[in-house]
Design a protein around this ligand. Structure first.
Ligand code: HEM
Length: 147
């Protein structure tokens, strides 16, 4: 199995980076969709429209991309024996935070679709920066592999 994965390593890595971009793009879009929904009153047609858009973003892009990034990332780590590498431990810690952020934000959008307004526009703009900050450190860890 390890040999098979090693022979297709570049396909794994290409797919990993492609779906990482889809995942991060979705995580950048979702808080902004929440901000647009704030312009619409609970129960209004405008709210329903944004709830539908968020639902599609979640099910068509965000969640499938996250799962594919994890599967391809773990496959690469297994193929090249990276599980004992300190940089991957640090990277996985940051990616677990990113995954937790994904789950939490999805939960907030479901509350908003029910007419709740748990987050202010200011908070949404601030938390919208979280994936970008994590991305910087994850990419530096992967390319420099400092430990
Ligand atoms: C979800 C769990 C993840 C695991 C287990 C994982 C694991 C890995 C592994 C083992 C490699 C190959 C390193 C090498 O061959 O030198 C890799 C490459 C990479 N990963 Fe991940 N990764 C994960 C998530 C992410 C995320 C969330 C990002 C970005 C936010 C990311 C960005 C990258 C990049 C940019 C590369 C380098 C590709 C290259 O060498 O050109 N990974 N990852």
């Amino acid at each position: 199995m390890q040999e098979l994965l090693s022979s297709i390593y570049l396909f794994l890595k290409s797919g990993h980076v492609i779906f990482m971009v889809f995942w991060l793009a979705g995580l950048f879009m979702l808080p902004r969709q929440c901000i647009y929904m704030l312009d619409h009153a609970p129960g209004s047609p405008g709210e329903a429209k944004w709830a539908e858009r968020m639902g599609k973003l979640r099910t068509i892009i965000l969640t499938p991309a996250m799962i594919i990034v994890w599967v391809l990332g773990l496959s690469m780590a297994y193929a090249h024996g990276h599980f004992s590498s300190g940089w991957l431990h640090a990277k996985l810690t940051l990616v677990l935070v990113l995954t937790g952020y994904h789950g939490w934000l999805v939960g907030q959008t479901k509350k908003m679709a029910r007419g709740e307004r748990p987050l202010s526009e200011k908070t949404l703009r601030m938390i919208g920066e979280v994936p970008g900050i994590l991305l910087i450190f994850v990419v530096l860890l992967v390319y420099f592999q400092p430990f």
